[in-house]
Design a protein around this ligand. Structure first.
Ligand code: UDP
Length: 237
């Protein structure tokens, strides 16, 4: 099956990389994610990945830290560990990869340069974006919407632990109903737990559709890029 989306921004939450352990990195999980990504690259997809850091540290939920900005700096550093682990696993699977960070750490990764990122993707390299936006008080969801706009992605793929967007939390309510499609307006008005409102507003303003789907089956990344009917699509009518 051919691909439907040529250039995509894939958001992988830190939680998704931790697997059952809920903390740190599960290398088996990363490996199966990379297998799916490899298939997409082989079909000609250009992929940029924003990684979260919640499997190590989240600034906003750290009650021990006094200074939110400093806590967010730690959160952004956490995303770099995930980015490096992902890069390592991608290379192991024969995928060419570059890590670019929004906060420069040139001994470890390239600095984020938009045109260079696009050039890498055109050459078939996956680009992993670390450090989110590089600014505190933002999330990696917002970083995903920003990078998606910058690289002119056809779609943002938000791989999560849930298989789509529901009208209420499906883990708490057995009657929760899954949307097949929903607008950003509804997401914002109803406060649906898809992504934070800054990210939703950013995608809406820039006309970037978001597909929310489960990573329980890592081959869903391939299915998503091929345009299969999985998860929930968020876009304006
Ligand atoms: N973060 C930040 N600015 C950004 C992106 C992330 O300060 O642009 C920090 C913030 O502390 C956040 C942490 O990095 O809690 C990890 O990111 P996130 O919570 O989005 O990760 P995820 O929940 O997707 O694993």
């Amino acid at each position: 099956m051919p691909i439907k989306y040529k250039r995509v921004l894939l958001k992988l939450s830190g939680e998704a990389l931790a697997g059952e352990k809920k903390f740190g990195i599960d290398y088996n999980v990363i490996s199966s994610i990379c297998e799916s990504i490899k298939k997409c690259v082989d079909l000609g997809a250009q992929i940029g990945i924003v990684v979260g850091g919640g499997n190590f540290f989240r600034g906003r939920s750290s009650s021990q830290m006094e200074d939110r900005t400093r806590a967010d700096h730690m959160g952004m550093l956490a995303t770099v560990m995930n980015a490096l682990a992902l890069a390592d696993a991608l290379e192991t699977h024969g995928v060419e990869v570059r890590v670019q960070t929004a906060i420069t750490m040139q001994q470890i990764a390239e600095p984020y340069i938009r045109n260079k990122a696009i050039r890498h993707m055109e050459k078939g390299r996956v680009v992993v974006f670390g450090c989110g936006t590089g600014n505190p008080f933002f999330s990696t969801d917002t970083a995903s919407s920003l990078r998606a706009a910058e690289i002119d992605a056809d779609i943002m793929l938000k791989a999560t632990m849930v298989d789509g967007v529901y009208d209420c939390d499906p883990n708490k309510n057995a009657n929760a109903v899954k949307y097949e499609r929903v607008t950003f307006q509804e997401v914002l008005e109803k406060g649906l737990a898809v992504m934070d409102s800054t990210a939703a507003a950013m995608c809406r303003e820039n006309g970037i559709p978001v597909l929310v789907f489960s990573l329980a089956d890592p081959d869903n990344i391939l299915a998503a890029i091929q345009g299969e009917n999985i998860g929930t699509i968020v876009k304006e009518d």
